[in-house]
Design a binder for this molecule. Structure first.
Ligand code: PMP
Ligand code: GLN
Length: 374
């Protein structure tokens, strides 16, 4: 992979540590995860759940997820044939690609694109077809999507709520997607790792809501992202049986199975719907608090309706390229953010940085105090 360098998240986190900067770059919460979930994990380990669990995931966890899907999206999925627990969302995305891509296949993706997509596509022998989201509202131009579909298009990758922008797909987007894939064999890969982290009363347009689309989709999730424990690296994939069968062929010789005690704990934790129903509101408070603090600075906000992230334009501050500005912000002002340009293949400079607001109020306050000096 000669073109692949170290991921921007590691680059910026290492720089933040070197300069003792407040790290609003890489997306991880600095507040504690649920104490109940920690206790349940402790209990699971003490109760002896420390050996390999089922290759496809601890069965009660898959059952709990099927119940959750039925409750949230009114769709019935079979936990035996349609869900596999994975070591994180990244792995679920990668395995979905490995399961079905053939050399020369094309995958339509949207830029700014989360940074693992293109290397994963290329390692699987396929070709990314890049379509830029509109700026500054980061919407999909569906006319362009239709024009870029060829007989080689094997997959369309969507991500909502979206990293890095916090944009979310609407029901109209889903209808457009349906019309693009109709009468084709295109598979949808839906990255929904921020499933519950959606704000402003907007409903998450999960592919799981639409059985006709689910029938041609891999839908990928991350427990780490939604339950504020990114270091757990645990997630899952939902797909129709004919696709899940192929996914599992990849999984069985790669990870084979995942961390048992955490699966036992999450299966119990999910019995209480409050475990996920309140997540969006709690994070929206963070977004709103961060936005309120940032009003006093020279940065201008772009809309964010979900995820951990809020983008800001620094047009009123500097003409520098995004990475240069992000590096200077870390070194001179002690605050780290991610240049959105890192999520494009071409040279784009919209003068936008991504900030992670999934932080304690004190962290956000301390960061903005520093940003006020600009
Ligand atoms: N997709 C997106 C859009 C993400 O932001 C992330 C980051 N966590 C992932 C996938 C991967 O999730 P995980 O950490 O569970 O591998
Ligand atoms: N998903 C996280 C982010 O966007 C980072 C995960 C990683 O470092 N690979 O910041």
């Amino acid at each position: 992979m000669p073109a692949v360098d170290t991921t921007i998240f590691t680059v910026m986190s290492v720089l933040a540590a070197q300069h003792h900067a407040i790290n609003l770059g890489q997306g991880f919460p600095d507040f504690p995860m649920s104490a109940d979930l920690i206790n349940m994990t402790d209990e699971a380990m003490k109760a002896g759940h420390n050996q390999y669990t089922h290759m496809n995931g601890y069965p009660p966890l898959r059952e709990a997820l099927a119940e959750k899907v039925s409750f949230l999206y009114n769709t019935q999925i079979n936990p035996d044939t349609q869900i596999t627990i994975t070591p994180g969302g990244t792995y679920a995305l990668y395995s979905s690609m490995t399961a079905i891509l053939r050399p020369g296949d094309e995958i339509i993706i949207f830029e700014p694109a989360y940074d693992c997509y293109i290397p994963a596509i290329e390692l699987n022998g396929a070709k990314p077809v890049l379509i830029q989201l509109s700026f500054p509202d980061y919407k999909i131009n569906w006319q362009e999507v239709k024009a870029r579909v060829t007989e080689k298009t094997r997959m369309i990758l969507i991500n909502s709520p979206h990293n890095p922008t916090g944009a979310v797909l609407s029901k109209e987007d889903i209808d457009e997607l349906r019309s693009v894939v109709k009468d084709t064999n295109i598979i949808i890969l839906s990255d929904e790792v921020y499933e519950h982290l959606i704000f402003d009363g907007i409903q998450h347009q999960s592919i799981l809501k639409y059985p006709d689309l689910l029938d041609r989709s891999f839908v990928c999730f991350s427990f780490g992202k939604v339950y504020n424990c990114t270091g757990w690296k645990l997630g899952y994939c939902i797909a129709p049986p004919y696709l899940m069968q192929e996914f599992r062929k990849v999984h069985q010789y790669n990870a084979f199975s995942c961390d048992t005690p955490k699966q036992v704990a999450i299966a119990r934790f999910l019995q209480n719907k409050e475990a996920y129903l309140g997540l969006g509101n709690a994070l929206q408070e963070k977004r709103d608090y961060f936005q309120q603090l940032m009003k006093e600075t020279k940065f201008t906000p772009l809309p964010s309706h979900g995820s951990y992230f809020q983008c800001y334009s620094y047009k009123n501050i500097s003409d520098e390229a995004e990475k240069d500005f992000a590096i200077r912000l870390t070194k001179e002002y002690g605050v780290t953010a991610i240049p959105v340009a890192a999520f494009y293949q071409s040279d784009v400079n919209n003068q936008v940085l991504r900030f992670c607001f999934a932080k304690q109020n004190e962290t956000l306050e301390a960061a903005v105090e520093r940003l006020l000096k600009i």
